[in-house]
Design a protein. Structure first.
Length: 560
């Protein structure tokens, strides 16, 4: 026997015993879990530093009992739980596991009530992972009805023609309207009124560190009918001092708020109305730095009008080439120049057609789920690359005829090399890209657009790297050729028609290379910056490429 002085020990609880500061103990997991929890004595309390608990073998029929036990434990120890981030994370992981398990089963109303109760208890500690778990579990709810907590409302209903709901929660008049329901479908809606200061903004773990604020309720909408693509939300504005509203949803793939498919329809004093063409977690962000819907529509108009002008210009270019074809075959240089122009025009015209098809597909359905999007992306990738490789062939022809004046290559050999490089290299790159990314379903962008993936697989680099490399090569070739021309003229041994062709090629390469380089250079800028000017320049230059080819490749040729 010896006297025990409590002052010598900082942390004392029955399960872990007594310990001094920085002591480490191993504790057991709760009911239904196996493994252990590592605790450390800090600030006179045992704090979890490592949670190794995992669910024991859990059968589908055991979910209600398990959830009831978890709910009881959470209610009994809610103060201790909310003060322990590790314990909160453990509960979130459990709900995530239940959400994954629920994808193969259906969830009844009592289990959903338990989930809502746990969410309510952990509301101030809510994370995006917990929000997604609740969203996934609610998607498997089978019974119609309503569940209420002080700041949470869940409604499950079957609708046939249209749907209109106004929040019944205190201090909330959020309204959800689905104007047209094609056929009878089940709809699950969850409204949260107190997540504005909890959820992160723009991927930040602390919303206070961001320049934007969640300025309204957060709404989760799950529908069984994928044909519903028009939903209207009217939110109360929490902070009237903020301006420039934006309608957004949480994109779980990008781990950030996203405004794709959503726009502000009305911005009245006290409330804002959003319209969205898909269903997920919605809210409002307000920031002076974000692209507003009007600006987004402006970019759409620039793109589609520019592409229409581009396609018309390319058709005119090809018609002109057909008319003058017999006259341009007199010497090899002129012939190869026009072969390059024709293939550049054809490649860009087909790429633009694929772009229009891809845009139409992206408006109808999520491209990552649509098999029709993959062919459009493949052919866009292939023909945009072909455009650049034929530009490379123009530059190499200029280099060959200007620098290597004593070397002579037959027309047939030049044609064979040009077509192998012009179409063979793009086909190889496009095929390798599909083969290396399709298995992981990371070939196509997951941002409601038919184009190469960037965030998951970096497949877009298979276009960006070859294109910008060709731009760099063309600029070097251009510098060498200009040096040769200024030093000794175009070439004393060349004929007048060939001299003219070389001058036209040099002018074409000198103008189109910087333009195309700037076009896709600004394209990279749009991936890393949200400045409106960069997006406008990119849309303008990219959509008018066909017009530039017509003017600088064909119309400025005096012989044409």
């Amino acid at each position: 026997f010896f006297p025990l002085h409590a002052g010598r020990y900082s942390c004392i609880i029955q399960e872990l015993g007594a310990g001094k500061t920085n002591d480490v103990r191993t504790g057991v997991c709760g009911n239904g879990l196996k493994g252990n929890i590592i605790y450390k004595c800090e600030s006179r309390d045992w704090k979890s530093i490592e949670n190794n608990c995992v669910l024991e073998s859990l059968l589908v029929e055991e979910i209600p009992v398990f959830m009831a036990n978890l709910s009881n434990a959470t209610e009994q120890h809610n103060i201790n739980i909310t003060q322990s981030p590790a314990t909160v994370q453990a509960i979130v992981d459990i709900l995530s596991t239940i959400a994954n398990l629920s994808k193969s089963v259906f969830i009844n109303k009592p289990v959903m009530e338990v989930c809502i109760l746990i969410f309510f208890i952990l509301e101030n500690k809510t994370s995006i992972k917990l929000l997604r778990a609740i969203e996934d579990i609610s998607d498997r709810l089978t019974e119609n009805g309503e569940i209420y907590k002080t700041s949470i409302q869940l409604i499950r209903a079957t609708v046939t023609n249209s749907f209109n709901l106004t929040s019944s929660l205190p201090n909330s008049t959020t309204e959800i309207v689905i104007p047209q329901v094609p056929q009878a479908t089940n709809i699950t809606i969850i409204i949260f009124t107190t997540l504005d200061n909890v959820l992160p903004t723009h991927g930040s773990n602390d919303s206070r560190k961001s320049d934007v604020r969640i300025n309204g309720d957060v709404v989760v909408v799950k529908v069984d009918n994928k044909m519903i693509n028009n939903i209207s939300f009217t939110f109360d504005i929490t902070n009237q001092s903020l301006g420039n509203p934006q309608c957004v949803f949480w994109n779980f793939i990008l781990d950030n708020w996203d405004s794709t498919g959503c726009e502000v329809k009305r911005n009245n004093i006290g409330n804002t109305t959003c319209e969205c063409n898909h269903t997920t977690s919605f809210s409002i962000l307000m920031s002076p730095f974000h692209m507003d819907p009007t600006h987004r529509r402006t970019l759409d108009y620039i793109t589609y009008i520019g592409v229409a002008i581009s396609m018309a210009s390319l058709i005119i270019c090809l018609i002109i080439e057909i008319i003058v074809w017999k006259s341009v075959r007199r010497n090899d240089t002129s012939y190869m120049r026009h072969v390059s122009i024709v293939n550049i025009a054809v490649s860009l015209l087909i790429a633009n057609i694929c772009f229009i098809i891809g845009a139409a597909i992206a408006e109808q359905e999520q491209p990552t789920l649509a098999g029709r999007c993959s062919p459009a992306v493949f052919f866009m990738h292939f023909f945009y690359l072909a455009l650049f490789f034929w530009m490379l062939m123009s530059a190499l022809l200029l280099f060959y005829r200007t620098v290597m004046v004593l070397s002579q290559m037959s027309r047939a050999k030049m044609m064979a090399i040009a077509f192998i490089v012009g179409y063979g290299a793009p086909l190889l790159i496009a095929a390798i890209t599909v083969a290396s990314t399709a298995g992981q379903e990371n070939y196509i962008s997951k941002r409601d657009a038919c184009w190469l993936n960037w965030y998951e697989s970096k497949a877009l680099l298979a276009f960006v790297i070859p294109a910008l490399t060709i731009v760099a090569i063309n600029l070097v070739v251009l510098a060498v050729v200009l040096y040769k021309i200024l030093r000794r003229g175009v070439g004393a041994a060349t004929q007048p028609d060939e001299k003219h062709a070389l001058v036209v090629i040099a002018r074409c390469v000198a103008i189109l290379t910087p333009i195309f380089g700037l076009t896709w250079g600004f394209g990279i800028g749009t991936m890393v910056s949200q400045k409106q000017g960069i997006h406008v320049v990119f849309a303008l230059l990219n959509s008018l490429q066909g017009f530039f080819i017509l003017v600088f490749g064909t119309l400025l040729d005096s012989k044409v």
